[in-house]
Design a binder for this molecule. Structure first.
Ligand code: FAD
Length: 490
């Protein structure tokens, strides 16, 4: 009897929905088309946003143009910005949960200092990949992969719907209550007509790169080389360290993990560049990824003069970057101690992009905020990485945060000016170009993602039609309750 009543009720609701939407039975919208929070982008900021929103009680759909989730975190680079130059953790929350899962699956190395002093959190990217997928499932986050948002309907600052196209060209409309743009490029904010800035003042962008991994590396030989040849390595850049280069090289050795930057100013790499056995670069950045496999991540390739918003230009760089991978691997194997028996074990699944658009938000994170480690009452995440802007050839600007501190990212940095139900997070937050050179790293991206997702969920559960009605104090309280670090760091 009760079942009959429920069936009748369900049938009536379907008929009402057909009347309202004009859809027939076959075109009936599925539940995931009306999520509380729609997260657009499957990079590390998307992971933070989706988990933040789900943990705050929202139904979440994550849409991404890519077929895997995690972005550059799957390539074998250290998670930067999660610890400051003094080694103090400044990001936790969902990142902590993922790292704990990596630990359980034996894929966690942890924070390692390169004694420049950058503290990178090193993990096995294969295990992190699994941990992210597991977290998505645990938190019941629905996924729509290989799907690209191509149109956004914005009515008076409110994103009402977005159109998504899948691989087969079929278009579908989604009607979320709240939207998080974690596309790295602020694609959604830009399509919705919100103001954005892009690259440098002369239209320049940081180079694009292809990261790769190498296994069967003899960590001990490499570390011995570092200890005996400090002039070949970038060391002691940050005055916070108070040690000389030789002492820093000894520290790297004692730490036991090859987290080092082989410098283009040294005889080894510099000589190889001069003899055309290597392409011009700042350094070969080496990151330990797996002790079991004797594996390291290598960040060295670079192609400048590309506009990363232009797909044709990025696509044209792909072949050249693959050739650089080969050249760099040959250099390592033939010239750098520890790499003699090594093999390429992985190449990033996409060309890596350092910068494109930055949204213009209610607050623009200032270069001075980063340099001085400025704190703010409405901080929703923390950053700590040095200002890191790569140029052409061997150029790179690196400016440390004063005294090895962290800085706060105010709520206004994730709110596009004039937006009511759209937030941004990750690489494309509102910031000057130099400040973005720090905030673009993955530890900071996952933290701003978590803050944006949590804010979106709070707006939905609190029935706020404008994100400006949300009290930042309340958001901070929920984030802290979920384990985020917002206070108490240098
Ligand atoms: C070579 C290189 C080295 C780096 N080294 C480090 C390092 O050592 N440590 C560190 O912490 N950081 C490093 N960074 C920086 C860091 O990796 C990135 O800035 C960060 O991963 C950006 O994350 P994100 O989630 O904001 O963007 P992304 O990872 O770019 O994710 C954006 C996602 O949005 C999707 N998307 C875009 N448009 C649409 C659309 N219209 N519809 C649907 N989906 C869409 C994309 O497919 C992608 O999945 C490096 C970056 C590069 C390129």
């Amino acid at each position: 009897m009760r079942q009959n009543r429920l069936n009748a009720c369900w049938k009536r609701r379907r008929q009402e929905e057909i009347l309202i939407t004009g859809l027939n039975n076959n075109e009936m919208k599925t539940d995931y088309q009306n999520p509380d929070v729609l997260v657009i982008g499957g990079g590390i900021a998307g992971v933070g946003a989706a988990l933040g929103a789900a943990k705050t009680g929202a139904s979440v759909l994550l849409v991404s143009s890519e077929g895997v989730i995690g972005g550059d975190a799957l390539s074998g680079m250290p998670l930067l910005g999660a610890c400051n130059a003094r080694g103090e953790w400044v990001v936790a929350g969902v990142l902590r949960e993922l790292l704990d899962a990596c630990k359980e699956m034996n894929g966690y190395i942890g924070p390692v200092c390169d004694w420049r002093a950058v503290n990178g959190v090193c993990v096995d990217p294969n295990i992190l990949h699994l941990a992210i997928a597991q977290a998505m499932e645990t938190h019941k986050i629905q996924l729509l992969l290989n799907s690209t948002v191509i149109e956004v309907k914005n009515t008076a600052g409110c994103v009402e719907s977005v159109s998504v196209v899948g691989k087969d060209g079929t278009a579908m409309d989604l009607n979320p209550k709240f939207v998080i743009d974690v596309t790295g490029d602020a694609n959604i904010a830009s399509m919705a007509g919100f103001a954005c800035e892009s690259g440098g003042k002369d239209g320049e962008y940081q180079p694009v790169s292809l990261v790769f991994r190498v296994c069967n590396v003899d960590f001990e030989s490499l570390l011995n080389f570092v200890r005996c040849n400090p002039d070949e390595i970038i060391l002691a850049e940050n005055p916070t360290i108070e040690l000389d280069r030789t002492q820093c090289a000894q520290k790297v050795f004692e730490q036991g993990y090859p987290y080092v930057a082989i410098s283009a100013n040294g005889a080894l790499l510099g000589g190889a560049i001069q003899e055309n056995n290597m392409f011009p670069c700042t350094a070969v950045f080496v990151t330990p990824t797996s002790v079991q496999r004797g594996e390291v991540g290598i960040n060295v390739t670079r192609k400048a003069g590309i506009n990363p918003c232009n797909q044709k230009e990025v696509s044209d760089s792909y072949g050249a970057l693959c050739k650089q991978v080969q050249l760099a691997f040959n250099f390592l194997r033939s010239s750098v101690p520890g790499f003699k028996q090594s093999e390429i074990s992985g190449i990033a699944h996409r060309v890596g992009i350092r910068e494109t658009r930055r949204v213009v938000g209610d607050y623009v994170l200032q270069t001075e905020d980063v340099k001085t480690g400025k704190k703010s009452d409405d901080g929703i995440a923390k950053g700590a990485h040095h200002i890191d802007v790569h140029g052409k050839g061997t150029d790179q600007i690196r400016i440390p945060v004063d005294d090895g501190r962290s800085y706060d990212i105010p709520f206004g940095c994730i709110v596009p000016k004039g937006s009511r139900n759209l937030l941004v997070a990750g690489r494309c937050i509102s910031s000057t170009r130099e400040a973005n050179g720090s905030a673009r790293v993955m530890g900071t991206c996952i933290a701003t993602g978590e803050a944006a997702g949590t804010a979106g969920a709070l707006c939905v559960t609190g029935r706020f039609s404008d994100v400006h009605d949300l009290k930042v104090k309340d958001l901070r309280q929920v984030l802290t309750g979920h384990g985020a670090i917002l206070e108490g760091t240098r």
